[in-house]
Design a protein around this ligand. Structure first.
Ligand SMILES: O=C(O)CCC(=O)C(=O)O
Length: 259
């Protein structure tokens, strides 16, 4: 497997990631892989697909859009904001999180020893999708040092400014900014006055393409008021030799996927 680093990312792409704190990789998934991912995701969102791992759960862990709760005329798939920990509960999503297409890129950015933390499906349904305020992911993960985890955000639908693509602030991955406690669906976040939002850039992605981002890069997404849903499956990785400086009681554990 030595050599896969050069095969996956050019030196320019690696430099761009280290300079900006994120990197777009176009067409990460083939059309067939994308279609299968969409169908499996529809199963999760509709409640047809159930966990097949031995976790004792009879459904996935879901967070609903606050504006849709109690509205029986809206189908379940259009009410879900985030589905958590799919890869620990279903073999298909485990296989997605450990795809060589993704892990080779992570290896070229993090190094050879890699652990999988988890995944999160950010759904942002048409009309109802709510905002995700500015934050750095690592504000949630300070038990782990150094602060350099990596997320791979794969677009299941074309993600555009109109339907709430993610916006990044380049170059903000060098230190952790103190976060405010927001409570609710977004526990920690940053207010407008905490960041230089004049520098943020929308990251529009074609379905099947991906954005890799550093766990300190400040980002957010706007509500989806359009007619088109916008789903992104995020899988999250950490260096295999990262230190747990405080206990992190994660129910599924951190799984070594390359060593
Ligand atoms: O998909 C979104 O709207 C937000 C994604 C996000 O916050 C993340 O990937 O950490």
């Amino acid at each position: 497997m030595e050599g896969s680093i050069e095969m996956k990312l050019t030196p320019e792409q690696v430099s761009s990631f280290h300079e900006n704190g994120f990197l777009v990789v176009p067409d990460l998934l083939s059309p067939e892989q994308l279609e299968e991912l969409r169908q499996m995701t529809d199963g999760v969102l509709d409640g047809r697909l159930k966990p097949d791992a031995d976790t004792g759960r009879d459904d996935f862990e879901l967070q609903f859009e606050p504006g849709t709760i109690g509205k029986d005329d809206i189908p379940r798939r259009e009410k879900i904001r985030v589905a958590f920990h799919l890869c620990h509960n279903h073999s298909y999503f485990w296989n997605h999180a450990t795809r060589p297409e993704i892990v080779d890129v992570v290896e070229s950015l993090l190094g050879r020893h890699i652990k999988l933390y988890t995944d999160q499906m950010f759904v942002k349904p048409a009309h109802h999708g709510s905002e995700v305020p500015f934050h750095q992911d690592h504000a949630y993960w300070t038990q782990v040092e150094p602060y350099n985890m990596i997320s791979c955000w794969v677009a299941l639908d074309d993600a555009t400014v109109e339907n709430g693509c993610v916006h990044m602030i380049p170059g903000t991955h060098r230190s952790l900014v103190p976060h405010r406690e927001f409570g609710g669906n977004q526990k920690y976040g940053l207010a407008e006055e905490d960041v230089d939002s004049s520098r943020e850039v929308p990251v529009e992605l074609k379905a099947g393409s991906a954005m890799f981002h550093h766990s300190l890069t400040i980002h957010r997404s706007f509500p989806n008021r359009s007619d088109r849903g916008r789903r992104g499956l995020v899988t999250i990785y950490l260096p295999g030799d990262a230190k747990f400086v405080r206990p992190w009681d994660f129910q599924y554990g951190f799984k070594t996927i390359r060593q």
